[in-house]
Design a protein around this ligand. Structure first.
Ligand code: 5AD
Ligand code: SF4
Length: 479
């Protein structure tokens, strides 16, 4: 019996794809290994969003070179976004890799592995078979027993000038409404109580369905699209479901206590989505809202489709509709041509937005992207470093203030397990997705439980809480 190890780089979409890869390999009778050093098959599920993701992968795959030469039966598979976009570079820089499998071909990994007994350098980077639900046979195995990712849409139809995702993930494809709700129901039956809906642009969910529905000659009835009152109410067919319909349906599934989603695009964000968030008790008060830049000229050059002020108005609207909303963001520093004034506009807007936290990135030129070709406008790395540090001060200031404001509050915490550093401390998340440590609480026993705690202290990246009363014996997800 062969063993496998899957190493994941990058975003939650990749994490979820890795869970599908695990399911495919298990179906072949393979068993998980404890590490890449002892596995018969090592799968790297790669990311290529920034250059350092590429470099980390090449560093790790090259550490397996000697072992691959020593053990002819061992196999190395490279999956994910880098595999889709850079198959030649992979074989050039890591010729000991056996299989390259793109983002649309996860289901064929087992066949490709079989072929690798006969052929060197087996490749499948085909771009999907156009099926209505490309994931129908690729049910992921959640890595944790109490929460799970659910992919609702693959690809992206936007063309942000810095971003390689549309190249490697292809055009936007929404999964059928019914398939998503069924997946969530199945997960809930297995004891999962928190789901995170995933897509590159979740709030445009369904946009592509209109076109595809028009193309299907046998109508929509045979494809599981008619999953509820969304499309047909009183016999009237609506053209497509909105993301807000999906939020409402998923949060109504029995056993689901928390619904999150990532990432929405600010330009497509409608008041209707905020209303659905506020009206669906399971949808958490947490929003990832990627700003990217505070300068209108830079936003236009990025093709983001909104101005800074419009972003701010939508943020204020969200906060007015959803009480106690926590907001996180993404910001890129040093986009080609970014001037000092433009960077200061970012600092100003970021300060006004008062984010709970921000993922800040140094611009990384990506091959084949529009901005990647603007080499004459690249910003000096020293200047970028300095801007990056200045931006961090501003985001950390609002993050610390948001954390301090939670001290004294009583929060519902979903326990994820023991803290990584100390087995006598349990770690979990509030509805706002803030990490909370609870000293003297058995995280192993209470994994998956919802407990109330008072927040007693706030650090930069986590909170400390005190349990309100002892947890019930055998406390679990329903407590
Ligand atoms: N360079 C730096 N950051 C990038 N991102 C996407 N592409 C790049 C790039 N080329 C960031 C964006 C996006 C997040 C997932 O990664 O901020 O929202
Ligand atoms: Fe990339 Fe823009 Fe699509 Fe996000 S919306 S995946 S940043 S192209």
């Amino acid at each position: 019996m062969k063993s496998f190890y899957v190493k994941t780089f990058g975003c939650q979409m990749n994490e979820n794809d890795s869970e599908r890869i695990v399911a495919v390999l298990r179906r072949q009778g393979m068993t998980p290994a404890l590490s890449a050093d002892v596995a018969d098959v090592v799968v790297f599920n790669t990311c290529t969003i920034r250059e350092n993701a590429d470099n980390r992968f090449f560093g790790q795959v090259n550490m397996l070179r000697e072992r691959r030469v020593r053990e002819p039966g061992m196999r190395i598979v490279v999956a994910g976004c880098l595999a889709q976009g850079e198959k030649d570079a992979i074989f050039d820089r890591a010729p000991h890799v056996d299989v390259v499998v793109g983002t649309h071909a996860i289901g064929s990994i087992a066949d490709l592995l079989e072929r690798s007994d006969e052929e060197r350098h087996v490749i499948d980077v085909s771009t999907g078979d156009g099926s209505i639900d490309p994931m129908v046979d690729l049910v992921p195995e959640p890595a944790e027993g109490h929460k799970a990712w659910v992919t609702i849409q693959t690809g992206c139809d936007n063309n942000c000038a810095f971003c390689i995702v549309p190249q490697v993930r292809g055009p936007e494809v929404s999964r059928p409404f019914g398939a998503i709700v069924d997946e969530v129901r199945r997960l809930a039956e297995q004891g999962i109580s928190e789901v995170t809906l995933l897509g590159q642009n979740v709030n445009s969910y369904g946009r592509d369905l209109t076109k595809r529905l028009r193309r299907t000659s046998d109508g929509i009835h045979d494809h599981g699209f008619l999953a509820g009152p969304v499309y047909v109410s009183d016999g009237i067919r609506r053209i497509r479901p909105l993301f807000s319909d999906l939020l409402r349906a998923v949060s109504g599934v029995d056993g689901i206590r928390r619904v999150r989603f990532t990432s929405p695009h600010p330009k497509d964000m409608r008041e209707e989505t905020f209303a659905a968030m506020a009206e669906s008790p399971a949808v958490c008060e947490s929003l990832h809202f990627p700003l990217q830049s505070g300068s209108d000229r830079v936003l236009a050059a990025m093709h983001r489709g909104y101005r800074g002020e419009r972003f701010f108005e939508k943020l204020e609207l969200a906060r007015s509709i959803i009480p106690d909303l926590a907001v996180t963001t993404d910001i890129i520093v040093g986009f080609p041509g970014e001037t000092e004034d433009e960077f200061e506009a970012t600092l100003e807007l970021v300060a006004r937005c008062e984010f709970d936290s921000a993922f800040t990135f140094i611009y990384s030129p990506r091959p084949g992207t529009e901005a990647g070709a603007w080499t004459d406008k690249f910003v000096d790395p020293e200047v970028i470093r300095d801007r990056f540090e200045r931006l961090k001060l501003v985001t950390e200031r609002s993050g610390a203030a948001k954390h301090r404001a939670r001290v004294g509050k009583i929060e519902e915490i979903l326990i994820d397990g023991p803290s990584k550093r100390d087995a006598n401390v349990a770690s979990g998340r509030t509805r706002q997705n803030k990490l909370v440590h609870l000293a003297g609480v058995d995280g192993e026993r209470l994994r998956g439980s919802y407990l109330n705690a008072r927040i007693v202290d706030a650090g930069a990246h986590f909170l400390h809480g005190e349990l309100l009363g002892p947890p019930a014996r055998g406390a679990h997800a329903s407590c």
